[in-house]
Design a protein around this ligand. Sequence first.
Ligand code: AMP
Length: 451
Amino acid sequence: MSTFQDLNLNTPLFNALDDLGFTQPTPIQEQAFNVVASGKDVVGIAQTGTGKTFAYMLPILKNLKFSKQDNPRILVLVPTRELVVQVVEEIEKLAKYINVRVLGVYGGVNINTQKMAVAQGLDIIVATPGRLYDLAVSRVLQLKSIQKVVIDEVDVMLDLGFRHQLMNIFDILPERRQNIMFSATMTQDVDELITDFFIAPERVSIAVSGTPLENISQSKYRVPNFYTKLNLLKHLLNDTETFNKVLIFVANKKMADRLFEALDETFHDELCVIHSNKTQNYRLRSIEQFREGFNRILVATDVMARGLDIDNVSHVINFDTPDFPENYMHRIGRTGRAEREGQALIFSTEKEQEALSNIETLMQMEIPLKEIPETVSISTELIEDEREVIKERNNPLRRKKDEEVGPAFHEKKDKNKKENLGGSYKFKIAKKYKKPKTRGDKNYNKRNKKK
Ligand code: AMP
């Protein structure tokens, strides 16, 4: 275990940490420090509560020189106003002995007050995407000096539908900048954002343990399609005594709504749902109803269910098979807490077999297979996502539905590693004739005569 002394911090930061009573960096702080300090693009996978705010703020503050200029140099984007407030507070704690100006801005409040605050000059701006963009468009806020952009809780941000706003912001930021991103979960959306906008990012994460808790017993079902999954789920849920507190996971909000509607008829009073299109109040109420046992069944997405702290979950049901094996570990960790026995079930279709085997590889175990009970009817009906799509012709850019997206953090392909030297033909010819073979270079002879 290292201490903050090993991170070679400066005295003001060290003293601030000392005042807070923090002596040891958390694992994500330890891992992220040098990577963030190096200036490379960084993707950090860490949940709230792991010390992730200091993980990016410590190296940033260490390297931030005092400046009199008024335009901010550091931009931190977060999904909610609560988080703006929280991150500003954390930065202020850490910057107690540093002369640094920090401002938090978010939507839903008077923009003019914020414009005046911006005009006072600042070093670090913490913002929700919409308000940041509005301030930038109004030209009160100048982003030309931004050197580092942190996007925190990017999974939540994308889940809330902020992708478009992030694109707009990227467009007006200086091209030469360091991108730092933190996400609690890996999702397809996050993966795509990284591929599109990050340059060879370094990944730091607290390795998700591939060893499931011993008191969680797991089983898998091979199920042909959505409606058969639904029949099987209903069959299991009918056993109210065994399935007395059930958390059901699906990959996205569309699926959450679909499943919720499909179950609502049979389990109306026992059912609740959380995903990002529901209001905060609705989500809090759902969680409370489930926690207190008024509702027996909660349908949730990966992004929204993280950080859920609910005891006595009897079963975690993976209605779909997560693409990222870490998400499976997070999901099943919601049961079997506090030494109690927990059950984790996973439903996989033919298409999901590969994701399933990735999970089994991570755990280094095969999940025991259970047969679908005979009373469960096998449906042949397909939902639109399962039907063969008619392929759009002649569109090479379109990603096919089942096309492998590839690992999130890949090296550039060899052919993309080449530097563009201004056209290979020109170089080949130049080499062959030992002089540029360009028709228009009238000065060529003049230049060479002088030599
Ligand atoms: P975060 O994951 O950034 O939301 O941080 C969670 C909490 O942990 C915050 O209240 C931090 O002040 C606190 N914290 C951050 N770093 C450390 C540390 N090295 N030791 C103890 N607590 C910490």
